[in-house]
Design a protein around this ligand. Structure first.
Ligand SMILES: Nc1ncnc2c1ncn2[C@@H]1O[C@H](COP(=O)(O)OP(=O)(O)OP(=O)(O)O)[C@@H](O)[C@H]1O
Ligand SMILES: [Mg+2]
Length: 340
């Protein structure tokens, strides 16, 4: 069958309201897409299918008197707790970091690629990762890399909505999200993980904070092997010690040194698509950039590229040469901002 044949069948069974056959052909299309390396499309389609099957199953409950609107309320509540549901194209090569970090991430990825082997020998599977380090150094990017490498759906938790001032509500919200993510075979990404330790600020009640930490400990302990939790924080010291120890892997993403700034430049210049005007000034600018985050260095370089392009357009020419001086000025400005 080709993709067109699947589309024709989907149209036919959809218009005939034949739900069973429609499901069957959609499942076949998921398999077909996986085989033809359209992994993101396959994951998205699978997720739509699962959602629809769940709705159908529960709407079937209306026979025993469970009104449909209850489900809708629950679903709405769940979707409020989620900031985003995404698939990712990022790969390890997109993250500039130390060899140690690369190897840690590679080993983590392997555990899930060879999960059947680990299960066969009844070995535990690492499935909880915590990324920490300063802002703009790749914590969120690293989470996307894991989702991309493992070709899994990632659920980005909306912490603002999860953390509630109502007693016991935060724990309940967390439990709901974990249960849902397990049913979706998705990665749960909890950014600003430390703010779960700040629940006491909302409730003025240390008991509530303890309850939340205990809930997470339990959820972690009963986490199915296939589920993956990724936490990120730039305040690792704020996280309860027992909770920190539960992570199988704690990865620090630091600010770049000279070698890593060079790598970042190379990626940002699209491996030679753009070039600097005064190449000899570059080593000094790299030195000048130390102390800034990957994000800031990349942002200033992209701004310099754009401004150089605009200047060329004004002069009626177009080349991909970057005015090195513009970048140097922007870096100097960022260093001043940092010192303030
Ligand atoms: N290590 C890195 N390698 C390559 N690019 C990076 C790296 N770190 C940051 N960047 C660039 O900066 C952007 C922002 O980084 P990211 O969102 O991952 O930072 P973060 O550590 O999560 O920061 P925050 O603590 O503010 O959430 C990335 O999308 C990427 O373009
Ligand atoms: Mg982030």
């Amino acid at each position: 069958m080709t993709q067109y044949d699947y589309i024709k069948d989907i149209a036919k069974y959809g218009l005939e309201n034949d739900y069973e056959k429609l499901l069957q052909v959609l499942n076949e299309l998921v398999d077909y897409s996986k085989k033809s390396n359209k992994m993101n499309f396959a994951i998205q389609l699978q997720s739509i299918l699962k959602e629809s099957i769940r709705q159908h199953q529960v709407s079937g409950l209306s026979i025993v008197g469970s009104p449909k609107h209850i489900l809708r309320e629950e679903e709405k509540e769940l979707s409020d707790l989620v900031l985003e549901k995404l698939t990712s194209d990022y790969r390890l090569k997109d993250l500039v970091c130390t060899e140690k970090v690369v190897s840690e991430l590679q080993h983590f990825i392997q555990e899930h690629q060879f999960i059947d082997l680990l299960n066969k020998f009844e070995l535990p599977v690492s499935n909880k990762v915590l990324f920490h380090g300063p802002s703009g150094c790749g914590k969120t990017l690293a989470a996307y890399v894991l989702a991309g490498e493992l070709e899994k759906l990632m659920i980005v938790v909306n912490l603002g909505a999860i953390v509630s001032s109502k007693l016991g509500e935060t724990s309940k919200n967390l439990a709901k999200i974990f249960k849902w993510a397990a049913s979706e075979d998705a990665i749960i990404f909890i950014d600003e993980f430390d703010s779960l330790g700040k629940v006491r600020d909302y409730s003025q009640d240390h008991g509530e904070m303890k309850r939340v930490v205990n809930t997470i400990l339990q959820l972690f302990d009963y986490l199915p092997k296939e589920s993956i939790i990724i936490g990120a924080t730039n305040q690792i010291n704020m996280i309860d010690g027992a909770l920190r120890r539960r992570f199988d892997l704690v990865v620090e993403l630091e600010k770049p040194d000279e070698k890593h700034v060079k790598e970042l430049i190379d990626k940002t210049l699209q491996h030679g698509n753009f070039v600097f005007k005064n190449k000899k000034d570059i080593p000094a600018i790299i030195k000048q950039s130390l102390g800034l985050s990957y994000y800031t260095i990349q942002k200033t370089l992209i701004t310099a590229i754009k401004r150089s392009l605009f200047d060329q357009v004004d002069k009626g020419a177009l080349s991909t040469v970057i005015d090195t001086h513009i970048w140097k000025e922007l870096i100097a400005q960022e260093q001043l901002n940092l010192a303030k």
